[in-house]
Ligand binder design. Structure first.
Ligand code: NAD
Length: 361
């Protein structure tokens, strides 16, 4: 059987780490037909579109994509292309496993967390009003009827949203994920003591849905408390389900617990389509130097194999990755205990080491 997969190289270190990932996935012995499609600033210059319909159409047709990071220029009049892609394809679950592999340079050695971040709503929904604009003033005048002097006329507004529909499906996804992957516990993260309606809805929904999963332990934690607790006792947690912004921030904290951005994979998954991409961004400072760590992207490819239910290939690939990390010779500079080490290898050589291991398994 062969798989058609859309490959979006992205920019910055994106083309390097996606190329490394493509080569590793090809070396698993599965057959992939890669359909290379572009998005982002360079594509805007080429075709006049940041996210061409042809790219979206390819993902819709193939149902699955691997994507490199894409730079979001600040203050250029459009929001993140990554957010646009997730919203266009209704990729409502952002799944970010943070697992420690022996040999990784980390302060912790028993972290195995999965962040399930809501991907469509919250402060990320893009419902924003710039200060001093007529539509902002209209809204403030209207809201003053309910909230009076709490509101100043010169405010900018970003609206936090949570729908019953969106909240239900992400919490359900987290419990289903836990069940499918033999995980013991789901923790809901919130700030419902302050944001009584949005986070309150998230928490109430999680409490209600947890009753449908008596086989899975359920707990609830306030976002500030868990931020501290995760640093002290990450082993107390398993699957975490979070509103969009808390998920964004805490999954980066999770990446910090397991060796940094080069080790943190992810998948944006909806009912129909899935786009796999690392947690990290385009790292423009190190682009084009063949020094970026490809592992986060390769581990995202591993998630894709599981999504395609290619469990044998996934198992072999994870073994190969773990062996290369544990041996510690053929890894990029960010994986070295000594940050001035001279024996680090490049992005493509790290991928070659995994390909070499795959051939022995
Ligand atoms: P970043 O993740 O690109 O970089 C943060 C730090 O981590 C930098 O020091 C970088 O060198 C390092 N780093 C990141 N990936 C690495 C890797 N694979 N190997 C070794 N080191 C690595 O975050 P940023 O600097 O905040 O963002 C840069 C750009 O990427 C921004 O435009 C941002 O909007 C965008 N971004 C895109 C995505 C995405 O496409 N999904 C995600 C996050 C950020």
């Amino acid at each position: 059987m062969s798989y058609n997969v859309t490959l979006i190289p992205g920019d910055g270190i994106g083309p390097e780490v996606t190329e490394a990932t493509r080569r590793v996935l090809d070396a698993t012995g599965l057959e992939f037909n890669w359909e290379v499609k572009n998005a982002g600033g360079e594509e805007l210059e080429r075709s006049g579109s940041l996210l061409p319909e042809g790219t979206l159409e390819s993902v819709r047709r193939n149902k699955v994509a691997i994507k490199g990071p894409i730079t979001t220029p600040i203050g250029k009049g459009f929001r993140s292309i990554n957010v646009a892609l997730r919203q266009s394809l209704d990729l409502y679950s952002c799944v970010r496993p943070c697992k420690f592999y022996k040999g990784v340079n980390s302060r912790y050695d028993s972290v195995d967390l999965v962040f399930v971040r809501e991907n469509m709503e919250d402060l990320y929904a893009g419902v924003e009003y710039r200060e001093n604009q007529p539509e902002t003033k209209r809204l403030i005048t209207e809201m003053k009827k309910d909230f009076g002097s709490k509101l100043r006329d010169d405010m900018a507004l970003s609206i936090k949203t949570a729908s019953a529909y969106g909240t239900r499906r992400i919490v359900k996804y987290a419990f289903e994920y836990a069940r499918d992957n033999n995980r013991r516990k789901v923790t809901v993260v919130h700030k419902a003591n302050i944001m009584k309606f949005t986070d309150g809805l998230f928490l109430d929904t999680a409490r209600e849905i947890s009753k449908e999963y008596p086989d899975i332990e359920f707990s609830e934690v306030i976002v500030d408390a868990i931020t501290m607790h995760l640093v002290q006792y990450p082993e107390d947690y398993d699957v975490l389900v979070l509103p969009n912004l808390y998920g964004d921030i805490l999954s980066d904290l999770g990446a910090g617990l397991i060796g940094g951005p080069g080790m943190a994979p992810g998948g944006n998954i909806g009912d129909e389509f899935a786009v796999f991409e690392a947690t990290h961004g385009s790292a423009p400072q190190i682009a084009g130097q063949n020094i970026a760590n490809p592992l986060a992207m390769i581990l995202s490819g591993l998630m894709m194999l599981r999504h395609l239910r290619e469990f044998d290939a996934a198992k072999r690939l994870e073994k190969a990755i773990a062996a290369v990390i544990e041996e510690g010779n053929k890894v990029t500079i960010d994986m070295k205990h000594d940050r001035n080490a001279h024996d680090a290898v490049g992005t493509q050589e790290a991928a070659d080491a995994i390909i070499g291991k795959l051939q022995t398994l």
